[in-house]
Design a protein around this ligand. Structure first.
Ligand code: FES
Length: 111
């Protein structure tokens, strides 16, 4: 069980939800009704699932693929600890995961 905490763009806590190992962070966000579009539903074609991961949690995640890095280059408000929520799969050893939803997202689909 992972306690996922979603923060707003201004850094205030929005919601805390419990999630199971194997769940995609994007699905957890959707279930929690977080404002994360995920327009391409996880096929890495949009970057609207961009989240900013807390630095301590970021280091524990498996590294992003080159494809993910390339897409993040075009995401709005990107930071050093930015990731795509569709590419983060929760594991049993993640006790907590803190992520911030950026102020705006860029959708590269259909361009
Ligand atoms: S949902 Fe489109 S890149 Fe993650």
């Amino acid at each position: 069980m992972t306690l996922v905490r979603f923060f707003r763009a201004d850094g205030t806590l929005d919601k805390e939800v419990e999630a199971e190992p194997g769940q995609r962070l994007l699905d957890v966000a959707w279930a929690a009704r977080e404002p994360l579009e995920g327009a391409c539903e996880g096929v890495m074609a949009c970057s609207t699932c961009h989240v900013i991961v807390a630095a301590a949690d970021f280091e524990k995640l498996p590294a992003a693929s080159e494809e993910e890095e390339d897409l993040l280059d075009f995401a709005a408000h990107v930071t050093r600890t930015s990731r795509l929520a569709c590419q983060i799969i929760l594991t049993g050893d993640m006790k907590t995961l803190d992520v911030r939803i950026p102020a705006a997202a860029t959708n590269w689909m259909g361009r």
